[in-house]
Design a protein around this ligand. Structure first.
Ligand code: DP6
Length: 324
């Protein structure tokens, strides 16, 4: 533990980021909007070490190569910004099933950016920190903030940042995460979105879909209309996954469990319960529900999907220094 230790929570996109117009700078084609979640988070500390190479630890063990390489690229970028050549020890504890479509890269790179902000004494404000986190992973841009967060796609490095649009404090919205698999996904989000952008004939309609969904979502949040929030989020998620089904070659993150669960939620809604799905780059589903329906929905999921791990989540906070 040292005084660079920083905690960031993961977020679930209600309006998805799926495609980069500049992969070097990680500038997306469109704005996205997320809800930060309280239950899944990453805690990271960093320190300078007197060695030739960086040392990257994940959950108390030397990190797997792919993870370490990605972190090292980010460290190189931050060193370059700070005219430094010093090796760094990174210790990360991930309280998120890594790479199961649960956006561990979001909380991971947000926490790392936050920790490096202290290590290099950069004194970045939250907006600038979101720009820095974006260089690690797009979804990390949003994990700097709590509640509902909008990432403005922007046109250059400085104009592509996130901002909290609503703290979601009084919002009776609850999320039930249904994890069917904690195995790393076969196609990373970085690769999946590239393939969708370059080969799906429907990609050209995606920015318009997002613009419409985003406008409706902002209105629904303002009106605290949970039914609309759920419906728009589900429609947007399915539109994103349709890009993958229509890519060449086509691919999908869905498994039979994912599809089965979508039909179950439909039945729950017909019975009058609030239950909508959003799905990222993996088979797992996040069910959007209300405080009043959450207990019933979770019990239903527990009984009908005993193979899955269900976790009850609330809106979560922004980035925090863990040790003051
Ligand atoms: C489906 O942020 O993981 O979760 O920028 O390449 O690291 P990179 O991608 P990443 O993509 C997240 C995609 C998504 C939707 C979202 O979070 O908006």
């Amino acid at each position: 533990m040292n005084n660079t230790q920083t905690t960031a929570h993961t977020n679930i996109a209600l309006i998805k980021y799926w495609g980069k117009k500049d992969s070097q700078l990680r500038l997306p084609y469109n704005d996205s909007l997320s809800l930060t979640l309280d239950g899944y988070y990453t805690t990271t500390s960093t320190k300078f070490i007197d060695q030739a190479d960086d040392q990257i630890w994940l959950n108390q063990k030397p990190a797997p190569l792919a993870f370490a390489t990605r972190v090292q690229h980010f460290l190189d970028y931050v060193r370059q910004l700070n005219h430094s050549k010093q090796a760094i020890l990174v210790q990360t504890d991930n309280h998120v099933p890594t790479a199961a479509g649960l956006a561990s890269s979001a909380s991971g790179f947000a926490a790392l950016a936050g920790s490096l902000n202290y290590l290099f004494q950069m004194h970045l404000d939250l907006k600038t920190l979101s720009i820095l986190a974006r260089h690690g992973s797009g979804s990390a841009t949003r994990s700097i903030f709590g509640g509902f967060v909008r990432w403005y796609h922007g046109h250059d490095d400085q104009s592509s940042f996130a901002e909290e649009i609503d703290g979601a404090d009084q919002m009776p919205l609850r999320i039930i995460s249904v994890v069917f698999s904690d195995q790393p996904k076969k196609i990373s989000s970085t690769k999946g979105m590239q393939q969708a952008v370059s080969t799906s004939p429907f990609y050209r309609t995606w920015p318009t879909t997002v613009q419409q969904d985003l406008t409706a979502m902002l209105q629904a949040i303002k009106q605290r209309d949970l039914e609309q929030i759920g419906l728009i989020a589900q429609n947007n998620a399915l539109a994103m996954h349709a890009l993958n089904w229509t890519a060449r070659p086509a691919f999908s993150y869905f498994t039979m469990d994912t599809i089965h669960l979508l039909t179950s939620l439909n039945e729950l809604r017909q019975k009058g319960y609030l239950a909508y799905a959003t799905i990222d780059a993996g088979p797992n589903v996040k069910v959007l529900t209300s405080t009043s329906d959450a207990a019933f929905v979770q019990q239903y999921l527990y009984q009908n999907y005993p193979q899955a791990t269900t976790t009850f989540l609330k809106p979560g906070p922004g980035i925090k220094k863990t040790v003051l």
